[in-house]
Design a protein around this ligand. Structure first.
Ligand SMILES: Nc1nc2c(ncn2[C@@H]2O[C@H](COP(=O)(O)OP(=O)(O)OP(=O)(O)O)[C@@H](O)[C@H]2O)c(=O)[nH]1
Ligand SMILES: [Mg+2]
Length: 342
């Protein structure tokens, strides 16, 4: 009998956006062996088998906050420990800003890291019009970064290239998810006949730099589509961080099968000058999905400062100091070595 292959790579969708994006990714041939889902909302777990999902028991008559969700999840820590199995690498996929994704993504990441898995966050940040979500999103992003080897940040606004004025929120989610999944799918694709994957090692090395990795996405059907698409992807990153401070990047070319090797070489060569940084270490991958449009994405990493720093004004003011507003006491490590008072 053939021995069961150990699970090497797991992706865990957390909260509504995270579960939706993870579920879409699970339908593609990727170098991810297993998918799992965690949410407070049973609708997010529809279609997932019980051994792949954890429903956090939560009251239905209260508006939840991230810290409330985390408190509720602590009672189910054993199930959350089980969900990553024996994986060597775990991707935590979530939308930040709501209660579930913001509260749980850093908590689940810390559990996976404690089990020894290389843990990477993949997060969607709120739309410009979701101002009231930015604070929780900013706090959670910072926490997630400290519990992971790296975080891939996707800005929801950057996923929307042209949307009709009467588009519903669900329409925006659907078109945004299609863009994100096409790009992430190419980035995480397994070796196949119609593509050149970047490979998990190079991807992890790119993401595991100081600060954040940002995914910029663009599509083009113009005659010089590869170069125009590259310019669009770099522009979308430049709205979030200084492109010249990137240290590593992966150029992701997805679809149209007429893309020549010369065009691939051209965009890889042009990236450094477009980012005003000739020293950036560039990898690339090509996915052969057939589509009339070429999607060009750039995953650039090493950003220690981003637009999202402003989402968490408390961190900016405090700079590592702690607000002392509770009459409790933290026991610092080392206090036990003080002589006991009899
Ligand atoms: N791209 C994309 N963004 C989404 C989707 N669903 C929600 N979002 C965004 O993700 C962020 C978090 O929203 P949710 O995922 O709905 O929140 P949650 O984690 O389920 O948290 P609660 O429902 O508040 O407990 C918000 O900025 C949403 O606009 C989706 O399917 N795709
Ligand atoms: Mg939700």
């Amino acid at each position: 009998m053939e021995a069961k292959r150990p699970t090497r790579v797991t992706a865990i969708g957390v909260g509504s956006a995270g579960c939706r994006i993870a579920s879409l990714l699970s339908r593609r041939p990727l170098s991810i062996d297993r998918f799992a889902y965690v949410s407070c909302d049973v609708a997010d777990l529809e279609g997932a088998s019980p051994d792949q999902s954890v429903l956090i028991d939560s009251p239905v008559d209260q508006k939840l906050t991230p810290s409330m969700v985390r408190g509720l999840a602590m009672r189910q820590r054993a199930s959350l420990e089980d969900i990553s199995g024996d994986s060597k690498v775990v991707f935590i996929v979530a939308g930040l800003g709501g209660a579930t994704g913001s509260g749980l993504a850093p908590y689940i990441a810390s559990i996976c890291q404690a089990k020894g898995a290389t843990t990477v966050g993949v997060v969607v940040m709120p739309f410009e019009f979701e101002k009231k979500l930015t604070f929780y999103a900013g706090v959670s992003l910072r926490r997630l970064r400290s519990e992971t080897r790296g975080v891939v940040v996707i800005d929801n606004d950057a996923l929307l290239h042209a949307s009709p004025e009467d588009a519903t929120l669900l329409d925006l989610y659907q078109s945004g998810n299609a863009e994100a999944v096409r790009s992430l799918g190419a980035l995480l694709s397994s070796p196949s006949e119609d593509g050149v994957p970047v490979g998990l090692n190079k991807l992890l090395a790119t993401v595991a730099q100081e600060g954040y990795a940002i995914l910029g996405v663009s599509s083009s059907s113009a005659p010089d589509k590869a170069e125009e698409g590259l310019a669009g992807a770099v522009l979308s990153i430049s709205k979030l961080a200084e492109t010249k401070s990137a240290t590593h990047a992966v150029v992701i070319l997805s679809g149209d099968q007429s893309l020549s090797a010369q065009e691939v070489g051209l965009v890889v060569d042009r990236l450094g000058s477009m980012m005003s940084n000739q020293d950036v270490d560039v990898e690339y991958c090509v996915s052969g999905a057939v589509s009339p449009q070429l999607q060009v994405s750039v995953l650039a990493s090493g950003f220690t400062s981003t637009k999202y720093d402003d989402y968490d004004p408390l961190e900016k003011v405090l700079r590592g100091r702690v607000i002392d507003d509770e009459m409790d006491a933290s026991l610092a490590e080392g206090l036990e070595s003080l002589p006991a008072c009899d």
